[in-house]
Design a protein around this ligand. Structure first.
Ligand code: PLP
Length: 408
């Protein structure tokens, strides 16, 4: 077997032969970009004028007092344009698309956040854009669909199969095979066939590079631990990249859903419920049954609700370089309330998983140690889910009134 694009036992390129040419072209362009300091400079310039780079590192004084123990610092990826670290990846890929001379981008999205980020990038660069989404997700994520369409993207509701993310992935693949001369497939996380895990990590590594420099400036030493939530793994790989060579403990936090014993979760690396398999172009741990059918996952946060995980993180799970934990939906809602009240920060439900674990561990560390939590995104987008979870009566009334206005 071709060992290119493997991280230990994981990764690879399990793709139809017909895509080999376009993947080769992408690998070549990516390698050229990596070797060209002008490319990364262009990327950093773009992110500092169009997004909010460098994002701040915020000292959470009140949470530090409250937990007692290590100083808690928060890396503010929520301040990126479109509200999350996803901007780093899509804008980076946009620059590569321009270099390849392609004019059209496609993407698939479940929660819709990656779709909005990709449509934003396409608007900025003047690319044509098609977003594939399961029909079920189109209905669940109307606000995101609304923005994708306003941004000029064509949103295709996929009616095949169970009409969710995996079906959208199949459709996007079909489109790519038919249109690869003009079209680039913008993968949203550090998953999929080579070179995506490595390439997405490279763009996201800007988070870790900044965080390392910022914590050294602020505390004169390295943090003891760095926490990040893990969906596909891109924000975790991004911030961890700054610290792999250091004696810093790296902690990835997955969606524990209703609890790891409940069967309703999306924990691939902590739960022991996942097994190694090949799907969607790469080899990793998947939540699948014995026949290789993907299981249903559950999380309060749509962005962590995924059956696979970055092959790079599967590798670091096996080597022990990254420790994996899981946070339940309930723990996430509690940690969110605490963070909003104590610091005035509204982390995305995804990001809040990392906060849960940090709050559990900070009291066990000493006050001259510090830890960093990656706030991968902002929680404003989660208002429907959060208000539902709090059963906020005034919010329910507001929704009802709005609906009545339309019916009138
Ligand atoms: C999409 C998303 C995630 C999950 O993706 P990763 O690739 O695991 O980073 C996490 N946080 C936020 C805010 C997201 O939008």
């Amino acid at each position: 077997m071709n060992k290119e694009g493997y991280f230990g036992n994981f990764g690879g390129m399990y793709i139809p032969e017909i895509l080999m040419t376009t993947i080769r072209e992408l690998i070549e362009e990516f390698n050229k970009a990596k070797a060209d300091p002008a490319f990364f400079k262009e990327y950093v310039d773009l992110m500092s004028t169009y997004s909010c780079r460098p994002t701040p590192l915020t000292f959470a004084a009140n949470l530090t007092d409250y937990c007692g123990g290590a100083k808690i610092f928060i890396k503010r990826e929520d301040l990126n344009h479109t509200g999350a670290h996803k901007a780093n990846n899509v804008m980076g890929q946009g620059l590569l698309v321009k270099r390849m001379g392609k004019t059209r981008v496609i993407a698939e999205t479940g929660a819709g956040q990656h779709g909005v980020a990709t449509a934003t990038m396409a608007a900025k660069f003047g690319f044509e854009c098609t977003i594939y989404m399961g029909e079920v997700d189109v209905h669940r994520q109307r606000p995101n669909v609304f923005w994708m369409e306003r941004l000029g993207a064509k949103v295709v509701a996929v009616t095949e199969g169970s009409r969710i993310l995996k079906d959208a992935i199949n459709e996007a693949m079909r489109d790519w095979v038919s249109n690869m001369d003009t079209t680039h497939y913008v993968l949203g996380t550090a998953c999929g066939p080579h070179p995506f895990p490595e390439m997405v990590t490279w763009f996201q590594s800007i988070v870790g590079t900044e965080a390392r420099q910022q914590i050294l400036e602020r505390t004169n030493k390295l943090p003891s631990r760095v926490y990040a939530c893990v969906g596909g793994g891109s924000n975790a790989m991004g911030i961890f990249s700054g610290f792999f060579a250091d004696p810093v403990e790296l902690v990835g936090v997955e969606a524990g859903g209703l609890g790891l014993d409940s069967g309703h979760h999306a924990s691939r690396l902590k739960s022991g419920d996942a097994s190694i398999g090949v799907a969607q172009g790469y080899k990793t741990y998947f939540l699948q049954d014995r026949d290789g059918q993907m299981k249903e996952t559950h999380s309060v946060s749509a962005g962590l609700d995924y059956v696979g995980v970055s092959p790079i993180l599967s590798h670091y799970k096996e080597t022990g370089r990254v420790r994996f934990e899981a946070a339940t939906d309930k723990e996430v809602m509690d940690a969110l309330s605490l963070t909003v009240k104590k610091e005035g920060l509204i982390p995305a439900l995804e990001s809040t998983h990392a906060f849960v674990q940090a709050f559990k561990e900070a009291p066990g560390l000493s006050p001259d140690e510090s830890i960093i939590i990656n706030q991968s995104g902002r929680g404003d987008k989660d208002i429907f889910t959060i208000a539902d979870a709090y059963k906020d009566p005034a919010w329910q009334e507001f929704i009802k009134t709005k609906a009545e206005e339309y019916n009138a």
